[in-house]
Ligand binder design. Structure first.
Ligand SMILES: [Zn+2]
Length: 74
């Protein structure tokens, strides 16, 4: 008896899951500038204008090296 083709079935039934993004986290934050650093590859954002909320800053930004095809979400 052949195995049921579960994979083909689920692949079409479900939308592809979002890949978890590698996030660069705050390396240095000052009054009006902030720097993010990726713990995965060591990428550094350099000084950015601190024009985000603390919550956004703490969440980090997607690392461009580790997420080459990342599209804006949320
Ligand atoms: Zn990275």
């Amino acid at each position: 008896m052949p195995k049921p083709d579960l994979f083909a079935d689920t692949e079409h039934a479900r939308p592809p899951r979002k890949k978890p993004r590698v996030m660069a986290h705050v390396s240095v934050a000052a009054i009006d500038v902030i720097e993010f650093e990726c713990l995965q590859c060591g990428w550094s954002s350099g000084w950015l204008e601190f024009d985000m909320t603390i919550t956004e800053a703490k969440r980090g930004i997607p690392c461009p090296n580790c997420n080459p095809q990342s599209t804006p979400q949320e």
